[in-house]
Design a protein around this ligand. Structure first.
Ligand code: ATP
Ligand code: MG
Length: 394
């Protein structure tokens, strides 16, 4: 017996986008995501995307796990594909979902037949197969209103598909349908969650990380690779740009007022991030900032940082509490990496008493002490690019 994965159009979030652009991007992403696991024929037929593995003994568990991480799918089904013959269907409906029946108390059969030449109509198929299930699993009861399990039977052109309850998908929009953005990534909890959240809305990601050796270690950068590796399971390939930031931080420390160190540093990060984002063809910056979480994330501080931004800055976590962010980081499996203790450049040279109410005039005046253009140029020229997860190229 063959197994398919079926994705219904009704389960795809289509709002506001040209349907076929959306579906084509989705099919492309599914193909790429499955390619390390199995080869598959993917066809669109009667409002369903049908994934048919063509590899011998395909690893369907791995395929299901991969599909769960493809944005643009609200839900999907793993289905048995069998001959369009009632004897075969009776056998398959009992065998294929046997483990599930044992865990349930109530069920109903829902049959659809797009092949109108099939000798039984839908109510007859339901009756026949429902009776067969009950005769093998006498503990079950039929409940047509609120069953634990819906056994779906679809008699289509080539096969009959039999499947149980739907598996929840990752939701969102297919990566690549919303353009490209650069996420400012630290080793912390927040920025990987911000990256994931925006990839979910269909953005291809680049990532920018500021490193300050020798104050920050190679291990801290390695941590960023690992975090992005987790995110790339959802987003596809991420180009990571590592920016040398030591010189700039030392200049700010030496030449600017201590209590403005953090805000000036963040404006420098933003200027460089935007320069790099433009080179990469990105239309926005993403950060993991959350209002009032730390001194650099007050309304005034965010305003000072945004004053140097010449493209949209997305802060998807701005209204979230830490525990809500942690919940997502656990779900996407970044939490345990994020909590490993390695220095981030943001914690190097931080003043004991950062100014909580910086004015833009004071900050701009203080920045005059810096050789801005040259510092930015040297940082940009020193960028190192690391490709995270080549096999998942978007
Ligand atoms: P995170 O958990 O993402 O580190 P945080 O609460 O520790 O966030 P900050 O360290 O103040 O907050 O950083 C706020 C945001 O600035 C981060 O979410 C990230 O987008 C960006 N950022 C911080 N450090 C770096 C870095 N070394 N390289 C690139 N971006 C950074
Ligand atoms: Mg941080």
């Amino acid at each position: 017996m063959k197994e398919f994965i079926l994705i219904k159009n009704g389960e795809i979030a289509l709002k506001g986008l040209n349907r076929s652009t959306f579906e084509d991007a989705l099919v492309k992403n599914i193909k790429r995501r499955l390619s390390p696991i199995l080869r598959a024929d993917i066809t669109k037929s009667q409002s369903t995307i049908m994934i048919e593995p063509v590899t011998e003994n395909p690893d369907m568990d791995a395929a299901v796990e991969a599909i769960k991480r493809v944005f643009g799918i609200a839900g999907f089904s793993r289905a048995a594909a069998c001959e369009k013959d009632m004897d075969v269907m009776r056998q398959v409906v009992v065998d294929y979902l046997a483990d599930t029946y044992r865990e349930c108390k109530t069920f109903k059969v829902e049959a659809r037949r797009s092949d109108k030449k099939f000798p039984l109509n839908s109510p007859e198929i339901c009756r026949e197969l429902g009776g067969e299930i009950l005769s093998h699993f006498p503990h079950l009861k039929v409940d047509v209103h609120n069953p634990d399990l819906v056994v779906n039977v679809e008699v289509r052109e080539k096969y009959t598909f039999i499947h149980g309850n739907q598996i929840k998908g990752a939701g969102g929009m297919p990566v690549g349908t919303s353009g490209r953005a650069a996420v400012m990534i630290s080793g912390g909890i927040d920025s990987p969650v911000a990256a994931w959240t925006m990839a979910k809305r269909g953005l291809v990601l680049d990532a920018i990380h500021f490193a300050s050796p020798p104050y920050t270690s190679q291990r801290a950068e390695q941590k960023v690779h690992e975090l992005l590796g987790k995110v790339s399971k959802y987003s596809g390939t991420i180009n990571l740009l590592v920016v040398p930031f030591t010189e700039i931080q030392e200049h700010i420390k030496d030449d600017c007022p201590e209590d403005l160190f953090t805000i000036i540093m963040r404006r420098m990060m933003m200027r460089i991030a935007i320069e790099l984002a433009k080179r990469q063809g990105c239309g926005a910056i993403i950060t993991g900032e959350s209002l009032a979480q730390v001194a650099s994330q007050t309304l005034l501080a965010l305003g000072c940082t945004d004053a140097v931004a010449t493209m949209p800055v997305f802060r998807p976590l701005i209204g979230m509490d830490k525990n809500e962010i942690v919940e997502i980081s656990r779900k996407i499996d970044t939490f345990n990496i994020s909590i490993q203790p390695y220095e981030d450049c943001c914690t190097v040279f931080t003043p004991k008493h950062p100014r909580l109410r910086p004015t833009l005039e004071d900050v701009e005046e203080a920045e005059k002490a810096l050789d801005m253009d040259n510092l930015i140029k040297r940082a940009v020229d020193g960028v190192k690019i690391v490709v995270i997860d080549k096999s998942l190229e978007v």
